[in-house]
Design a protein around this ligand. Sequence first.
Ligand code: LLP
Length: 400
Amino acid sequence: MDYFGLAQKYDTPLYIYDFDKIALRYSDLKQAFSGRKSLVCYAVKANSNLSLLKFLASLGAGFDCVSVGEIKRALIAGAKPYQMIFSGVGKRDDEIKYALTNDIFMINLESEAELERVENIARELQKVARISIRVNPDVDANTHPYISTGLNENKFGVDIDTAKKMYIKAKKSDNLQPIGIHFHIGSQITDISSIIQASGIVSKLLTELKSVDIDIKFFDIGGGIGIVYNDERDVSLYDYAQGILKNLSGHDITIVCEPGRFLVGNAGEFLTKVLYEKRNKDKRFVIVDGAMNDLLRPSLYNAYHGISVVGKDKDHTICDVVGPICESGDFLAKNIKLPICESGDLIVVKSAGAYGFSMSSNYNTRPRVAEVAIISNKDKLIRKRESFDDVIALEKECLE
Ligand code: LLP
């Protein structure tokens, strides 16, 4: 990759995504479930760039959305409504209305109150809402507590008994059609036995529902497949798919999955420039122009991202790579070994394609960075760098 060329053309900090890698990941996942009907609904929250969504739609992907904004994005990018899921623990009335009037494939319900709300809105609109219920299987995903979602102590989904009650209620309703069953126990899961265990628990409910004549057609296994950031082991897609399918033998059901990180995480890099080096007594800092507002994961989760200096591979010493923001929590890496840098050197932060740009902000009045796609070795700007005027526009309008 010609990082210097890209930095010269687009400036830094910069997100760079390799679309060919994304296509490979997509086809590997589809392949793992071949022999079964499957629908891959990309979790838009991981990276919601319109060009990226359009690219995934062109491959045949559906989309998992958690806000009306994400639904609108996906539709603009060419998503087919019948391949879109509306998930999330708290949906507003206008969002539910929007999903129903746009004939979104299914709405994932996360509480009894939400079931009632969706039923009422569907009735008002004289529609039948296709629904799925998110079951919380109370399984530990063994991941960072902030991104673990499948335990009773988490706010997500409903327990098995509540789910049963909800399915029976939905079946009786004229305005609800239960078609799916859903679970998602967390993110960055590298020990997939927890996902397989969850699928076993949820498939038992599937069998029980069948016995009371509730015939579910879609088994939504959520997202969560972990990727390699550091020394994790690559998840075997074969084991993942087979483990889940084993629990579904005898069921004529379509697999739906909602991967985010798996499709885009390793395909993205964050490029930032060294401003200068500095020492505080024995402590070495490499100060770069990218910061926690651009890539929050290290600060928020203490997440590890591999880092290298372009064109330099000698004389490594320990340092922290930090941004210009006025917080000690503003770092991209801590206590890593890097070559001595000079002002203008480029630093690549790896595996930044998921939850990088999509979690960025304007903190410290820093304009959001540009995004570039690499497609068949050619670079293409897919989001312009924000200007200062962009950042203040909505406030300026309100100045007296
Ligand atoms: N489906 C549902 C219902 C979800 O809540 C999520 C992610 C996904 C699918 C996609 O999960 P994935 O395949 O990407 O693991 N900001 C955090 C990750 C938060 C994940 C939230 N839910 C991070 O940077 O690690």
